[in-house]
Design a protein around this ligand. Structure first.
Ligand SMILES: C[S@@+](CC[C@H](N)C(=O)[O-])C[C@H]1O[C@@H](n2cnc3c(N)ncnc32)[C@H](O)[C@@H]1O
Length: 354
């Protein structure tokens, strides 16, 4: 098998995913290539030094999940797919390797892969049993240990790989499992909830529990504001559009009908969030204005990417952020979230504020 990384992404973003891994690999001294299948939701990045590249990787923006391939099997017999998988693990790892902490059966998310996804969803159970009987998998899941991944391009082929827990997404394959809260004013609410979980980690609710105030630019009808109100914050919601009545009735929201690029707070706030549909570079500059002025401690914001040059657009904005914050200490995280469409979401905080 040729060494490679498997990267999962939003279907339709294979090009961006490849551009990003190619650029990151080059920065780390590696190179590779991939044959793209449009709208598949995955790329296989062929790279002679895939394992070393994987070890050096930080979370990527356009990849929902990434792990290196260990083995691949074609022509899995329908009557017994398990035996060849166990045999491949013995050939690749020997018999003494430590047991995996978890098993994931992965598939691509693209429309063409729906039947395979259904198959993998069922197959995970007997495979898990067999791996446990074979001593390959711990009797009880342990998320802190490397996990075994079995990716099925179709039900007769499998690519096996092992991940690093620190690079593993919050949900299997990066597909956020969040329920739409009945009282939230818009589905966008899930985007901010996912952003908090991804950027702040599993203890995100505790991290928000001491915070009191937030500003939401481009807030209407109020899905993002709703998340902040739920956590007990008072929110200044800036938008010329109408806010949801129930949300306003909580008494925790002040609605300002104003231009989000001009409005300024009277006092510094704990959080700035922004979902304005505007040019991404303009939004990023405004977020930097806020943080540099000390009007907010941290920001979560959405950048709507242009149809063409989406990767280049993000790269230029990242360079601009680095340029404006040169000499400052800051935390920047960026991800195309599961609930993001033609957009990415960023977390930015200045860490050297007085
Ligand atoms: C995608 S919607 C926001 C949805 C909202 N986050 C939610 O969860 O319900 C974008 C909003 O940005 C607002 N917007 C666009 N440009 C704006 C500006 N310059 N100032 C204030 N709001 C703006 C629009 O009126 C629109 O309500």
């Amino acid at each position: 098998m040729s060494p490679a990384l498997l990267l999962l992404c939003r279907p339709g973003f294979e090009k961006e995913c490849l551009a990003e891994i190619t650029a990151v690999a080059a920065e780390l001294g590696h190179s590779g290539w991939a044959r793209l299948e449009a709208d598949s939701g995955f790329i296989r990045f062929e790279c002679a030094s895939a394992l070393a590249l994987y070890d050096a990787l930080a979370p990527l923006v356009f990849a929902r999940d990434v792990w290196p391939l260990l083995a691949e099997i074609d022509n899995l017999p329908a009557a017994d797919r398990i035996a060849p998988i166990l045999a491949a693990l013995t050939t690749t790892l020997g018999t003494e390797a430590p047991a995996f902490g978890q098993l994931f059966c992965d598939t691509a998310e693209g429309d063409a892969y729906r039947a395979t996804a259904r198959f993998a969803g069922k197959f995970v159970h007997p495979l898990r049993q067999a791996l446990r009987s074979d001593g390959r998998l711990l009797a009880k899941d342990d998320a802190k240990r490397p996990a075994l991944h079995a990716f099925f391009p179709d039900s007769s082929r499998v690519w096996l790989g092992v991940d690093r827990p620190t690079l593993r997404p919050a949900w299997p394959m990066g597909v956020a499992r969040l329920k739409f809260p009945a009282s939230a004013p818009s589905r966008s609410t899930l985007k901010l909830e996912e952003a908090f979980q991804v950027f702040l980690g599993p203890a995100w609710r505790e991290r928000l529990s001491d915070d009191r105030t937030a500003v939401d630019l481009g807030a209407a009808p109020g899905g993002w504001t709703w998340q902040l109100v739920k956590r007990g914050l008072h929110v200044d919601a800036v938008d010329n559009g109408p806010m949801n009545d129930e949300l306003m009735a909580t008494g925790q929201v002040s609605h300002h009908r104003a231009d989000g690029f001009r409005w300024q707070p009277e006092h510094p706030v704990d959080w700035l969030v922004c979902d304005m549909v505007e040019q991404p570079a303009r939004v990023a500059e405004r977020m930097l204005d806020w943080l540099e002025a000390g009007w907010a401690r941290q920001a979560v914001f959405n950048l709507k990417l242009p149809m063409k040059q989406r990767w280049a657009c993000w790269r230029d904005i990242r360079e601009r952020i680095a340029e404006r914050l040169a000499g400052r200490q800051y935390e920047l995280q960026a991800r195309q979230l599961y609930f993001d469409r033609e957009e990415i979401t960023l977390y930015l905080a200045l860490e050297d504020r007085p």
